[in-house]
Design a protein around this ligand. Structure first.
Ligand code: PLP
Length: 399
């Protein structure tokens, strides 16, 4: 039979071995440990000679079903999971970086990731080089000087900048570096970093994979040899995905393709609408022809994603008036859910940064991140229209 397509995979893949009792849905196994009457069998499972489970910090059947599904969606040989997306990132970097090592990344990574790079890794005598996002020549030049890890995120949070994965993976390979891509914004529906040459792909499953903003989780996919090392680091350090969260993420993933298709469509229409609005200064969306990374995005993505951002005239004052007026949007820090979510970048993804750090990253204080939900587009645009119309006039001419 032909390889199933992505929607079919999202629904069926990875679950078969875990459907105990004839259940059609993966059961949530809450048991912390697994008992053995046969001492030899117990030993064989404990040393990994025989399949099975020993203790919940290491493995769990519900969690494994989740790992299987994301592994198949990313087309990877192996996958492991974590309690959060940040645990996926910190455990992966912790596995492969040692004192004296060098990591090359970009300035625009997720706020938490940026903190690992600027606050924690340097304390371990790991050299971190953060390049201008989108300046491929500069990144290549830094990679060529030698590094153990190349860490990318594309599209980035919040100005949705694009990095050419194929090109950076090639540069990384030349110096023997492990190339890691955070694929949270794109999801496997829109982008497959492994196919583009990356070694490892990370997700905050909390966002689009789960899609319902009711479970935290993270994942790592890639070749068995690398994923096993990170699994070992995680099983010892303890950032294990909870079985109930794994179940919620699995359930959410069944509708991944439907949701992402709708979010791609809604984000594009909202971006085009925002460009026509007087009070809007700039709109950032890779689907817009004038966007910095549009050409590369067209090459490496099959959809432009559900995330966009825009800056408003009048800065923080306008944001303060505008966002509370929206009826069909949660004003919250997360993204990638079925509901539309908005938030000022200075309060959400980059709250850990100082205003100076944000300015250095090219993030205006009046920037709004918009995570398109799956609502009817007429309602989303109507909602934005009434919110802009209700703004006091003076705000637009203040600057
Ligand atoms: C949210 C997010 C993370 C962190 O994930 P958590 O599940 O919140 O720990 C990492 N990368 C990106 C791009 C994100 O959006």
């Amino acid at each position: 039979m032909k390889e199933p397509r992505i929607s079919t995979k999202a629904i069926w893949a990875g679950e078969q071995d875990y459907l105990a009792f004839g259940a059609t849905q993966v059961p949530v196994v809450h048991s912390v440990s697994y008992g053995y009457d046969d001492m030899d069998e117990w030993y064989d499972v404990a040393i990994g000679k025989k399949e099975g489970h020993i203790y919940g910090r290491n493995t769990n059947p519900t969690v494994q079903a989740f790992e299987n599904k994301i592994r198949i969606l990313e087309g990877a040989e192996a996958a492991t999971s974590f309690s959060t997306g940040m645990a996926a990132i910190s455990n992966t970097l912790g596995t492969f970086l040692f004192p004296g090592d060098r990591v090359v990344s970009i300035k625009d990574t997720y706020g938490g990731t940026n903190k690992i790079f600027t606050e924690f890794l340097p304390k371990q005598n790991i050299e971190v080089v953060l390049c201008e996002t989108g300046n491929h020549e500069a990144i290549e030049a830094e990679i060529a000087k030698g590094c153990q890890v190349v860490y990318l995120e594309t599209p980035t949070n919040p100005t949705v900048k694009i990095t050419d994965i194929k090109r950076m993976a090639k540069a990384g390979k030349q110096v023997g570096a492990i190339v890691i891509v955070d694929n949270t914004f794109a999801t496997p529906v829109n982008q497959n970093p492994l196919e583009l040459g990356a070694d490892l792909v990370i997700h905050s499953a909390t966002k689009f994979l789960g899609g319902h903003a009711d479970a935290l989780g993270g994942s790592l996919c890639g070749p068995k040899e690398l994923v096993e090392k990170v699994y070992h680091y995680r099983e010892i350090n303890g950032a294990t995905l909870d079985p109930m969260a794994a179940y919620l993420l699995l359930r959410g993933m069944k509708t991944l393709k439907l949701r992402i298709d709708k979010q791609n469509e809604n984000a594009m229409k909202v971006a085009r609408y925002l460009k026509t609005v007087d009070g809007v200064e700039s709109v950032y969306y890779p689907g817009l022809e004038e966007h910095q990374g549009h050409e590369i995005a067209k090459e490496q993505m099959s959809g432009f994603g559900g995330m966009l951002s825009f800056s408003v005239k009048g800065g923080v004052d306008t944001v303060r008036h505008l966002l509370p007026k929206l009826k069909y949007a949660n004003r919250a820090a997360n993204l990638g859910a079925v509901e539309t979510i908005v938030g000022p970048t200075r309060t959400t993804s980059h709250v850990e940064c100082t205003p100076e750090e944000r300015a250095a990253m090219g993030i205006p204080e009046g920037l709004i991140r918009y995570s398109a939900g799956i609502e009817d587009i007429e309602d989303l645009i109507g909602d934005l229209e009434q919110a802009f119309q209700s703004l006091p006039e003076h705000l637009f001419i203040q600057r």
